[in-house]
Design a protein around this ligand. Structure first.
Ligand code: BG6
Length: 464
């Protein structure tokens, strides 16, 4: 007998994107440069096939047709990001009227098509002038971000009722200050920690401004990439390794953003290595008083760890890897193109944790998805037959369904992504869309998964 997976009434079916990854028009209509435009100019060879963020999927010019396509494949909600460097070129000062028109049009078009807009204020795209004065290490940049956020609420808050302060705020800190995949591409754990703290503070500052405006029926949240940390075994050394990974990579944001406080164990750990960030009591107070209304959960892969095999090099660089080694579990299922493990139950474990330890705060799956290289080889009858993507989504939805049945307060599921888009560094290597994009002609074609998603949304679930 087929089992039915029905989701709660009004469930959000849709997808997520970000400005740098879809808009293109990187130097059009007064847009300023962000870190990606700048970094690409410096070192184009770091980007897959030398493809930069200047054109991407040309959403800036094609948004009307794209939104029609979204509607056609069943979207009732859609997350996009506002580009700070487009709205306020340089990061401070005058608002760019052309950018206001563009975002107004996008929002209005979404609403006319019955699609709820969810707007992210920051998705990895620091205006370069702001990065040059220290990025999120700088208090001045925090102030400027706050003012940018306030401008967005004032301009678009009458229609956008769901806001996100940051998408995966830990990623620019890891990528830019530890692991060499974001600008400024330096390795400095202490700075990475300061950037993490300051981003939590910036999010609280934006929430504080948002609350002052008292916009009716409106909510503000944050999107976190939660990677459950699974230990290799129950040996105390492995458990300890997993606990530290969880503190550093999940709880460092989850706790302050949802509960308003940092975990004591994290504070103790950083203190013992003389790596506490600089902060004031007022900062902690602001964080405490400005927690999120709801949580977006991005889930792609788990983190498996084990106790370290060897002592860290005492002359080497101090990084989180001092505390654990990656555990390569035999038999793990991989998405070989992205190098990420596929483990569907992770989505359930995250949500149960949020239910039990974070007051069952309202949440939704804000990203989940599978990037595959060379999808043209799956074309049959003019359509990419991406059955693997359908299986990937179903696998995760089954666990999501179980989590909801067990009382998790989850409002929706968004795929990464609506259409193929530009990845940071990986450019167009791996394709994520329900809709394919030919990057030479910009032609859009719905994939098999797009048609499947349409049925999924229409039936508010699936059976199998
Ligand atoms: C998420 C990001 O972490 O993963 C997206 O929010 C990103 O911006 C997505 O595109 C997929 O990762 P990648 O690196 O393959 O594009």
């Amino acid at each position: 007998m087929a089992k039915e997976y029905k989701f709660p009434e009004g469930f959000w079916w849709g997808s997520a994107t970000s400005a740098t990854q879809i808009e293109g028009a990187a130097s059009e209509d007064g847009k300023g440069m962000n870190v990606w435009d700048y970094w690409y100019k410096q070192v184009p060879n770091r980007f897959f096939n030398g493809v930069g963020p200047d054109v991407t999927s040309d959403f800036y010019h094609r948004y009307k047709d794209d939104i029609k396509l979204m509607k056609e494949i069943g979207h009732n909600s859609f997350r996009f990001s506002i580009s700070w460097s487009r709205l306020i070129p340089g990061g401070v000062g005058e608002v760019n009227k052309k950018a206001v028109d563009f975002y107004n049009d996008v929002i209005n078009e979404l609403l006319e098509n019955g699609i709820m807009p969810i707007a992210t204020l920051f998705h990895f795209d620091m205006p370069i002038e702001m990065q040059h004065i220290g990025g999120f290490e700088s208090r001045q940049v925090l102030e400027n971000y706050k003012n940018y956020a306030k401008t967005c609420f004032e301009l678009f808050g009458d229609r956008v009722k769901r806001w996100i302060t940051f998408n995966e705020p830990i990623v620019p800190a890891e990528g830019g200050y530890l692991y060499n995949f974001h600008y400024p591409d330096i390795v400095d754990f202490k700075k990475a920690i300061q950037v993490c703290f300051n981003t939590v503070l910036a999010s609280a500052m934006a929430i504080n401004e948002f609350k002052k405006l008292e916009i009716k029926d409106s909510k503000i949240g944050i999107v976190l990439n939660l990677t459950p940390s699974y230990p290799r075994s129950n040996h105390p050394a492995d458990l300890k390794a997993a606990e530290i990974a969880d503190l550093l990579f999940n709880r460092s944001f989850l706790d302050p953003c949802v509960k308003g406080e940092y975990p004591e164990k994290l504070v103790e750990l950083l203190k013992s290595y003389n790596h506490l960030p600089v902060y004031t009591e007022d900062d902690l107070e602001l964080i405490k008083n400005n927690t999120v209304d709801y949580l977006g959960v991005n889930y792609y892969q788990p983190r498996r760890v084990k106790a370290k095999e060897n002592m860290p090099n005492p002359y080497g660089v101090f990084t989180p890897d001092w505390f654990f080694d990656e555990y390569v579990m035999p038999g793990r299922r991989m998405n070989p193109y992205r190098g990420w493990e596929i483990y569907e139950k992770g989505i359930y474990d995250i949500l149960i944790n949020v239910r039990d330890n974070y007051g069952n705060i309202e949440s939704y799956i804000s990203e989940n998805g599978m990037g595959v290289e060379g999808e043209e080889r799956f074309i049959k009858d003019g359509i990419i037959q991406d059955d693997y993507r359908i299986e990937f989504i179903k696998g995760h939805l089954k666990w999501l369904h179980k989590a909801i049945e067990e009382g998790c307060n989850v409002k929706g599921y968004h795929l990464w992504s609506f259409m193929d888009n530009w990845s940071f560094l990986n450019a167009y290597k791996n394709r994520y869309g329900l809709v394919s994009v030919d990057i030479t002609t910009q032609k859009r074609t719905i994939k098999k998964s797009g048609y499947w998603f349409k049925e999924l949304a229409r039936n508010n679930g699936f059976s199998e």
